[in-house]
Design a binder for this molecule. Structure first.
Ligand code: IPM
Ligand code: MN
Length: 360
């Protein structure tokens, strides 16, 4: 087939980050390159060395002007943050959360989809049963870092950690989730995951906002599950879920569980979305320092993140080709999705995806 010519070009900020980040990003960029060639759009990539290595050399994590610079891009592709020689929290808060908050990426979209050929720890569950999306609020809740110590270091010490939930923040997240459920057009069911029986302020607001917004979406079936029960149902009956909307902390936790039932961190990707601004796409796993530089890490999560980015940019065809190529590879080639057990190296998996994409 002759490539379509659209003359469309996208400015992408690429932040490979730490550990295995650069290795998986190289493969994601390779696949994006193939998809752009096939679909006639161009990529204008700018690389940034934000991460632990730079921090250790310069003391800089992400400066305000660097953050502002990222606003000029159409999207951001991030590898991984977290460096073994940097105290936990510095890169997470100073880089990842600073981008999410600073760019007002108020949705963290995390698909939990089991691809054919991928092993799940759930007995008797397959791709038919494991296909849902978590819409995680991404700029509020316990992640705002508000709180204080009282009597620090003393026997009567108290540590307060505030969960900030604004009506605006909760409502835009819930509204996005309803719209997304409608667009996704699968079971048209949206489940609110909360803890209304205990969090009498925060989740009272979530609950009321959910009920109020639901009135505008009569085509969407609504459901509610406490977060602990959500964990149970994700294992027992994952097919009950279509879209789950939840707060930042619960979303963080249930999406690691989600990643495990879809085959692990090797495949789980997410998008930090600002529907009105610049969005960032990333594999949801960490920097896996022990696998760094060994060509053993699975690049599929980063490749899937690149696919989500293509979709977000309006290149739906490229996005679906990337997904089809990934499925081809999980179904027909890889022995396992675990690092070092794929039967191929990181670069070879990238090549296999390109091959599967090119032949479509
Ligand atoms: C994630 C990560 C981050 C989070 C960490 C690294 C701050 O676990 O993207 O889920 O908690 O959001
Ligand atoms: Mn997490």
């Amino acid at each position: 087939m002759i490539a379509e010519v659209k003359n469309q070009s996208y400015k992408i900020a690429v932040v490979p980050g730490d550990g295995t980040g650069p290795e998986v990003i190289a493969e994601a960029v390779k696949v994006l390159g193939a998809a752009s060639g096939k679909n006639g759009f161009k990529l204008d990539l700018a690389y940034f060395d934000y991460g632990g290595e730079r921090y250790l050399k310069t003391g800089k994590v992400l400066e305000d002007k660097e953050l502002a610079g990222l606003k000029k891009f159409d999207a951001i592709l991030l590898g991984a943050v977290g460096h073994p020689d940097v105290k936990p929290g510095i890169m997470e808060r100073g880089l990842l959360l600073k981008m999410r908050f600073g760019l007002d990426q108020y949705i963290n979209l995390r698909p939990v989809k089991l691809y054919p050929g991928v092993e799940t720890p759930l007995k008797d569950k397959g791709p038919e049963q494991i296909d849902f999306v978590v819409v995680r609020e991404n700029t509020e809740g316990l992640y705002v870092g508000e709180g204080k110590f009282i009597n620090k270091g003393k026997k009567n010490e108290i540590a307060l950690q505030v969960s900030r939930n604004t009506r605006k923040g909760v409502e835009r997240c819930i509204r996005f989730a309803f719209e997304f459920t409608r667009r996704r057009n699968k079971r048209k069911k949206l489940t609110l995951c909360g803890k209304t029986n205990v969090l009498n302020y925060a989740h009272d607001l979530w609950w009321r906002t959910f009920q109020e917004t639901a009135g505008e979406y009569s085509d969407i079936q609504t459901d509610y599950a406490h977060v602990d029960a959500t964990c149970m149902w994700m294992i027992k009956n994952p097919e009950w879920f279509d879209v789950i909307v939840t707060d930042n902390m619960f979303g963080d936790i249930i999406t690691d569980l989600g990643a495990m039932i879809q085959g692990g961190m090797g495949i789980a990707a997410g998008g930090n979305l600002n529907p009105e601004g610049v969005s960032m796409f990333e594999p949801i796993g960490g920097s896996a320092p022990k696998y760094t530089g060994k060509n053993v890490i699975n690049p599929l999560a980063a490749i899937c993140a690149a696919g989500m980015m293509a979709e977000h940019l309006g290149e739906e065809k490229a996005a679906s080709q990337i997904e089809t190529a990934v499925i081809d590879v999980t179904k027909n080639k890889l022995k396992s999705l675990a690092a070092g057990k794929m039967g191929y190296g990181t670069r070879e998996v990238g090549d296999l995806v390109v091959e599967a994409l090119t032949k479509q």
